[in-house]
Design a protein. Structure first.
Length: 306
């Protein structure tokens, strides 16, 4: 039984250089049993480089990364017996069928084809009798996902796993991840689909130019963004234009729209309550708001290394 208080994945000031190019500058985060950790950033931010390093494919230039308390590079063979990994673009043996490839993946991972595997094939609506060369990108992803979810691993690493999947299969993927979480498994989900991360993840790490710029739960991060308020009052509210913490005010005849910094919500609501509120709608900040904070407001960019 895994200790819930000990991280399965521990990354401490991880660095990776390619010559003079610093792809990873200072990556630090932990993932615990029963946790889904969202790792987000645009292409070029360093997500895949981080994943390749913790998989032992790349050797770190500095810092430390451990899985199950073991060094990710020195003990890669031992570690890989207890993890499942799905990349964002899966390449398969063209002359093998989907079913043969699933069984091969399972055998390589010291697992076997079970009723769970058959259930997943049915859920994902994959034809396992077709040759891999006939598969679309989405079907290639399904093969890898079915094999991964059939594996009894302790850590699952998904790098853009739903690329090419339709919305129905995305929903199946999400349900399977929730089952992993319920069973105490740890999941690292790298994605640029913010709605997917927001729906599934307990904690989130935002990577920008090879550095982690923010980590925590979405609830903890929401203090960094603004709440949008749509309000209708019987008395006009011109003072909103000059109030502290209030932004993007749109004064209309029947409805006022504004954005409010979290620290000023209480004072703004107290002011509005004096104006005889007819109706009010408050929309909390989303993960997209937080993401754009770093990539627009802070002039974040992307590197050439993914």
């Amino acid at each position: 039984m895994l200790n819930q208080n000990v991280p399965i994945l521990h990354i401490d000031h991880l660095q990776k250089n390619f010559g003079k190019f610093h792809a990873l500058k200072n990556i630090t985060f932990d993932i615990y049993p029963g946790e889904v950790f969202g790792f987000i950033g645009p292409n070029g931010a360093g997500k895949s480089t981080t994943i390749r390093t913790i998989l032992g494919i790349l050797r770190a230039s500095g810092g430390r990364a451990t899985i199950f308390g073991k060094d990710v590079f020195k003990d890669a063979v031992e570690i890989h017996k207890r993890i499942a990994y799905v990349p964002g673009d899966v390449y398969l043996w063209p002359n093998l069928t989907g079913g043969e490839i699933i069984d091969l993946f399972l055998k390589l991972g010291h697992s076997r084809h079970t009723l769970k595997t058959d259930e997943l094939i049915k859920k994902f609506q994959l034809d396992p009798t077709k040759k891999a060369r006939t598969y679309s990108k989405g079907n290639r992803q399904k093969v890898a996902l079915i094999a991964a979810f059939s594996t009894k691993a302790d850590l699952y690493i998904f790098d853009e796993p739903t690329s090419g999947l339709d919305p129905l299969n995305e929903e199946i993927f999400q349900k399977e991840v929730f089952n992993l979480k319920k069973n105490g498994k740890a999941v690292l989900l790298s994605s640029h689909i913010l709605s997917e991360v927001e729906k599934m993840c307990d904690n989130i790490g935002i990577i920008r130019n090879g550095e982690i710029v923010e980590t925590g739960s979405l609830a903890q991060m929401r203090h960094l963004t603004r709440t949008t308020i749509k309000v209708q009052t019987q008395i006009q509210t011109p003072e909103l234009l000059s109030m502290s913490g209030v932004h993007n005010v749109e004064l209309g005849n029947n409805q006022t729209v504004l954005s409010v910094d979290s620290d000023y919500l209480e004072s703004v609501m107290a002011y509005l309550s004096q104006k005889q509120i007819v109706s009010i709608q408050a929309t909390p900040p989303t993960l997209e708001d937080l993401f754009l904070r770093y990539y627009d407001s802070n002039n974040g960019g992307s590197n050439n290394e993914k």
